[in-house]
Structures are given as structure tokens and as C-alpha cells.
Design a protein. Structure first.
Lengths: 198, 198
């Protein structure tokens, strides 16, 4: 019954995480009913993001430059690297304000069920980075799930030859919990009590 | 810590109804991590909607033409008009598939608390439409809230000189409920049992 343009907008908004068909309709109406004040700014923001945001060639974070602002920040500890699963986990670590080194985004966890093997992760780039730069410590900040811990043990074997100290977030991370959903206090505790795994 | 482009995108996505800061971040990442498959289609859809969707000059529905497809459909009953509060309520009526006449979108309810008076509604256009066209019946499909019923009684007085039969959705609509949230069965029952108010 709606015009195809409205239906298509509702369809794509409904696919956003957290939205469904009903909230997709509400979001579409919110935009359509105030086109100048609600829709135009979103169009501009999404276009800007589309044109400028790219994957950091050094750590796989997202930023508006080839190398992200964290990699380029000379004030950050250049000898510590924190290995996270995803960009959202990197953002969660940054919000906790407990870490001032560099990052590396693996791009996922090993998962037999989802068919994600080592080749789907950015493992080659990680090993290369550890060979090229001089890191004193690598810290695993992976989810305390079965897949996350499996991933940590696998990646640890691969990077052990290139970095002396390898540690992991303390098990203040609730077992079964995902990093993106933790409060900052728990993340800070876990970072403070990180323990050696190799 | 994020680039300004990402922050702005998160900020605007967070304002969509049903989303907050956390789900706004998730939605932004969903788009940024699959730019070609997720972000590009949304940009196209939102641009198309922005350029084509306009308010129907006859009934205040939203469509890609000056006059919406419901107003232009010759198969619909041209002598019955259904008065709704908003476009989302019009969509809810259409989904219930129980009504085949025309519509008129008031654009809100009278509300002393929110400071919405008769001048903020499309009342002048409604009276004009009822004078210009020959309607046998006007059906109020307003929410069964205090504001909705107040609006019905006020608008009824204004349109009574121009249309013979004025009815309202039956009180199968649960008291305090809003139209957009009803299941189709309830809407069908309410449409079948509409009662005369003048």
C-alpha cells in the first residue's frame, strides 16, 4: 500500500540491529515527517561516513584516515598491543579509559559452529605487525566465551615467538559475557588483574 | 575518541525512535563494517525517499506524488472518509484491510498538556474537503485516549454541517490504547461496530 520508496526505506531501517518491522516503520515516519530537521542531517552524516571512514591499515580499527588516530598518537604506549575481536570491543576498551597502548582488531573469533577458521581472521597482519614493531607486551581482550578463549589460545601459539610477555584480561569478565556489554568498572578491574598466559 | 564522522553518525542514529546510545553505536558499526552491502543501499533508499516522498495535498498522507495513491484510486469508495490522527495510524488501518474508502490525516490530537490547539491540526483543509466533495459518511478512527476522544468531539462539531453521517470506531479499541499498537483483529472488530456520534 505504501510507495516503493517508503517500503524500501522501512525494509532497510528494519535490518539495523535493534530494530524490527514495527520500529522500522516508526523510524521511517520519524524521518519522513521532519525531512529538513531529521532526514537531511542523517543523509549528510551517512554520506560523510561512507566517503571518509575506512579500515586502519595498521590495526583494522575504523577511522577517517588510512592509519587511525590511535595508531598515529605519539602519546600512546608504542610497546603494548591489545588484541580485540571487533571494533565495538575496541570502542568498549576506550570508553573504560584504562588502557593507553595500541590495538589490533582480529575481526572475529574462531568458531566451529559459524565456520570461522584462522584464515578469516587478520592473523597474518598481526604476526607481521609483531615482527615489524618492537612490542613488550601483547594483551588479549577477548570475550570470556568458549569461542573467545579458544581464539586466545590459538593466537597465543602463533604470536608467542614474536613477543615476550603475553597476557589476558583478568577473569573479572563474567564468564559467558560479551565485552561490548560490560560496564566500565568491570573492564577496568579486568585490565588491572590481567594474567600471563605465556 | 572516534572520528567526528563516526560520532555524528552514531549521534543521529541514536535519535531514531527505538534506538539509544548503545544501539546507535551497534547500528553505526553494522553500517560501517559492510559499507557496500549495508550502507550503500540505505544511502540510496534514504536519498530516494528524501527526494520523492511528499505530503498528499488532499489527505496529508505521505506518498511519492502530489496526490497519494489512495486518493487517486478510483476503486476506493469516494463517498466515505476516515479521519485519523497520523500517517502511522493510516498505515495501521490499511494493514487491517477492513476499510476501502478515503482518509484524512489530522496531524495530531488536541492536547492541553502539549499545547496543541485546533490551529495546529489540518482542520481547515478537512472542512474545505468536506465542502468540495460529496461524502456520505465520515468515520473517526482516533485513539481511545482522552486527547483522541476530545479531538473527536471538537472536530465533530466543526464538520457536522457538511456530512450527514458521522461515526466512530467501536469501543473494541481498548481504552488508553493507541491505534498504531493494535492487532489487526481488534481494528477489524472496531471498524465493524463503529457507532454514530451525530
Amino acid at each position: 500500500m505504501n510507495s516503493s520508496e517508503i517500503q524500501r526505506l522501512i525494509q532497510l531501517l528494519s535490518r539495523l540491529p535493534g530494530l524490527g518491522p514495527r520500529s522500522g516503520r516508526r523510524a521511517a515516519l520519524y524521518l519522513l515527517q521532519k525531512k529538513e530537521s531529521h532526514m537531511a542531517p542523517l543523509i549528510e552524516a551517512i554520506n560523510n561516513a561512507f566517503q571518509t571512514i575506512q579500515t586502519c591499515q595498521s590495526c583494522f580499527n575504523l577511522d577517517s584516515h588510512k592509519h587511525c588516530s590511535i595508531c598515529l598518537d605519539p602519546k600512546r604506549d608504542q610497546h603494548t598491543i591489545c588484541i580485540v575481536e571487533s571494533v565495538s570491543d575496541l570502542w568498549a576498551m576506550e570508553r573504560s579509559n584504562t588502557y593507553r597502548g595500541l590495538y589490533f582488531v582480529l575481526g572475529g573469533n574462531l568458531s566451529a559452529i559459524q565456520g570461522i577458521g584462522p584464515d578469516q581472521l587478520n592473523l597474518g597482519a598481526l604476526v607481521q605487525k609483531l615482527q615489524d614493531q618492537d612490542f613488550q607486551e601483547a594483551i588479549f581482550a577477548l570475550s570470556a566465551t568458549l569461542d573467545g578463549q579458544t581464539t586466545m589460545h590459538y593466537v597465543r601459539e602463533r604470536i608467542a615467538p614474536y613477543v615476550k610477555n603475553i597476557s589476558s584480561l583478568a577473569h573479572g569478565v563474567p564468564v559467558g559475557g560479551e565485552l561490548d556489554y560490560l560496564d566500565d568498572g568491570t573492564l577496568t578491574t579486568a585490565m588491572t588483574h590481567r594474567y600471563k598466559v605465556a
